[in-house]
Design a protein around this ligand. Structure first.
Ligand code: HEM
Length: 141
């Protein structure tokens, strides 16, 4: 993740913040459409879950230019997800639903370099989280 990529992702996320509740609803709608098997894993209130997701994403986005600062929290979060029944293979549809949501939320502000920067950010983060939670072999799969 280059500093330029981090800056791109950060400024785009600022545009999503005002529509965070809608974005979260769009995200889960899309996720359950492309990966219906994960729906039973979510047992809590979905608007509360959406708020947590957007808050965490904001922390991650702000930490992109200083990755070591967010790795301990990302590692702990990944391990907690094992207890929720999350499997390594679930990270890909979650990433796809996230990118789909950003594309819809940002409209014309969703450009190719921005898509590449977000893909890079999510791939890096999810690879790290999978490695921490399931071991390096799972992360390479
Ligand atoms: C970058 C990746 C991810 C981030 C930032 C993230 C963020 C979060 C946060 C902040 C929570 C609430 C944690 C708590 O308060 O205990 C949570 C819970 C949860 N996440 Fe994730 N998550 C990610 C990936 C995933 C993936 C890949 C799945 C797979 C489907 C998933 C499914 C869940 C479930 C099932 C819960 C618990 C919901 C409940 O209690 O009803 N998450 N996530």
């Amino acid at each position: 993740m280059t500093p330029a990529d981090a800056a791109l992702v950060k400024s785009s996320f600022d545009k999503v913040k005002p529509i965070a509740a809608d974005a979260a609803a769009l995200f889960y709608g899309r996720l359950f459409e492309i990966a219906p098997e994960v729906k039973p894993l979510f047992k809590g209130d979905m608007s509360e879950q959406g708020r947590k997701l957007m808050t965490t994403l904001a922390v991650v986005v702000n930490g992109l230019d200083n990755l070591p600062s967010i790795l301990p929290a990302a590692s702990a979060l990944a391990k907690k997800h094992v207890g929720y029944g999350v499997k390594p293979a679930h990270y890909a549809p979650v990433g796809a639903a996230l990118l789909w949501t950003l594309e819809r939320g940002l409209g014309p502000a969703w450009t190719q370099p921005l898509a590449a920067a977000w893909t890079n950010a999510y791939t890096t983060l999810s690879g790290f989280m999978i490695g921490e939670a399931y071991g390096p072999t799972a992360a390479a799969e």
